[in-house]
Design a protein around this ligand. Structure first.
Ligand code: GH3
Ligand code: MG
Ligand code: MG
Ligand code: MG
Length: 455
């Protein structure tokens, strides 16, 4: 459950407000910029402001500047894109700015809103947040002075005199900032930083030294040391450098968190896209492939077999007297029979066969690398299997039959996927004419002129 309060401005954003409420945000929807300013002035702070870019409606950058007078750094999300880049950049200097555009899928809304709230929150000064610092210094007087200065400045700090103590302590405690003297008894400070960052990869390191040199500075940079302070140390300077290191630490942590958030959102988006693409190729009732997808498969399979000279066949199936089932038992029972038949078709075919719903109570099966003889055999088997099957429906068990038209690329006159389908359709028609509950091949009809002439 989200607890953030979000202020949404503009009538056109009503639906967005509803989506956010659905996601658990506490949303206040106001119509005008004036109302927004009134809301902002109230006691409980908003974590995010969502508004259109349009100045006309009293919103846009002008309103954001006015709101930020009252609530500095509040993150802002515009619900439309605007090309006025300079203005957007100027707003970004005073706080996070993001855009939703017209992409109002809840997953994107969530990602943008979460990111913005996070960005706003992390930069607000929070008194209880303080860095923990490890100081490594072999000079006792400096050690003592550092400890005192840092404690007084409100940082939490541990002070040790040698690298081995430092390496031992970081196994047990976490530190945000490491301050180490350059010359130490067991190893150089830069070496120590290298060792320590293996355990504390995010920690920011500062080197202090009484004898600065270009070589030692280069060495420090090589070991990802963030800063370099020269002795004699001045209290304000040390505190200032630590503050800036802390700021950098928080920025890096925020970026990491944002990236992780984005990765999660991307993964979810990918999953949603996969679901969508599955939906777009399957039939809702039977979960078989839909007409459009099967047609695409037929075309591409047809192209493939032309190239490789393999056979390709197609079956067109139609439930016999299906209308009667609907009329007798109701539409829901009819649906149950369609689902049951789909299951039989899937079970009786090979992995490579492509089974789809043509529409209504008609189905089709593309049979790659299958000759007419193979297709005929499968058609016969399906007819028998369906006739034998007891379809379990709410009112008990019912039986039905199917008729099947068979066509293949080896048929005379097949010059395209469409002609092959026409052949299957004609053969199906003849199977019906011949009394249903049977299969018929277009090829057979060629030798059977009288029947063909009826078609
Ligand atoms: P024939 O043996 O000649 O094929 O007769 P039939 O009754 O099966 O064929 P007809 O074309 O007369 O009727 C098909 C019926 O299928 C009519 C239509 O309402 C029904 N139908 C189409 N789609 C669905 C569906 O998704 N669910 C259900 N329950 N019925 C459907
Ligand atoms: Mg020293
Ligand atoms: Mg039909
Ligand atoms: Mg039918």
């Amino acid at each position: 459950m989200q607890t953030e309060k979000v202020l949404v401005i503009g009538e056109a954003n009503g639906r967005l407000a509803e989506v956010l409420e659905g996601e658990g945000y506490r949303v206040k929807l106001v119509k005008t910029g004036y109302e927004a300013l009134e809301e902002i002035g109230k006691r409980e702070p908003f974590g995010l402001l969502i508004l259109p870019f349009e100045e006309r409606t009293g919103c846009g950058p002008g309103l954001v500047r006015a709101v930020r007078e009252l609530r500095p750094y509040i993150p802002v999300v515009f619900t439309d894109m605007d090309p006025r880049v300079e203005e957007v950049l100027a707003l970004m200097k005073d706080g996070p700015v993001d855009f939703l555009g017209k992409h109002w899928q809840s997953i994107l809304i969530n990602s943008v809103v979460r990111r913005s709230i996070l960005a706003g929150r992390s930069d607000l000064p929070t008194s209880e947040e303080r860095p923990s610092i490890l100081v490594v210094e072999d000079d006792e007087s400096i050690r003592w002075a550092m400890g005192t200065v840092l404690e007084e400045a409100g940082f939490s700090c541990r002070v040790v005199s040698c690298p081995s103590d430092a390496l031992r302590i970081i196994q047990k405690e976490h530190f945000h900032i490491i301050i180490t003297d350059l010359h130490l008894p067991e190893m150089e400070g830069t070496e120590l930083v290298k060792e320590m960052t293996q355990y504390l990869p995010e920690a920011k390191a500062i080197i202090i030294t009484g004898s600065p040199s270009v070589e030692s500075a280069v060495e420090a940079v090589k070991h990802s040391v963030l800063d370099y302070i020269v002795k004699p140390l001045k209290a304000e300077e040390v505190v200032q450098r630590i503050r800036s290191a802390w700021q950098k630490y928080k920025q890096a942590a925020l970026i990491k968190e944002l990236l992780q958030g984005l990765q999660t959102a991307n993964a979810e988006l990918e999953k949603a896209n996969k679901r969508l693409s599955t939906l777009s190729i399957t039939d809702g009732l039977t979960s078989l492939y839909n007409h459009r997808f099967i047609m695409e498969c037929l075309s591409s399979e047809y192209k493939r077999i032309l190239r490789y000279k393999h056979p390709l066949s197609v079956l067109l199936l139609d439930i016999d007297n299906f209308k009667r089932i609907n009329d007798t038992y109701g539409h829901a029972t009819g649906d149950g029979v369609l689902v049951g038949l789909a299951k039989i078709l899937r079970e009786q075919t090979r992995q490579a066969d492509i089974v789809g719903r043509y529409g209504g109570e008609e189905f089709w099966i593309i049979l790659p690398d299958t000759s007419l003889a193979g297709a005929k055999e499968l058609a016969g088997r399906l007819v028998e299997e369906v006739a034998r099957h007891n379809f379990v429906v709410s009112s008990g068990v019912l039986n039905t039959t199917i008729s099947v038209g068979v066509a293949s690329t080896s048929d005379i006159g097949v010059i395209s996927p469409e002609t092959m389908l026409e052949h299957a359709d004609k053969a199906l028609y003849v199977a019906k004419k011949r009394g249903k509950n049977q299969a018929c091949c277009w090829e057979e009809l060629q030798a059977d002129a009288p029947i063909q002439s009826q078609v």
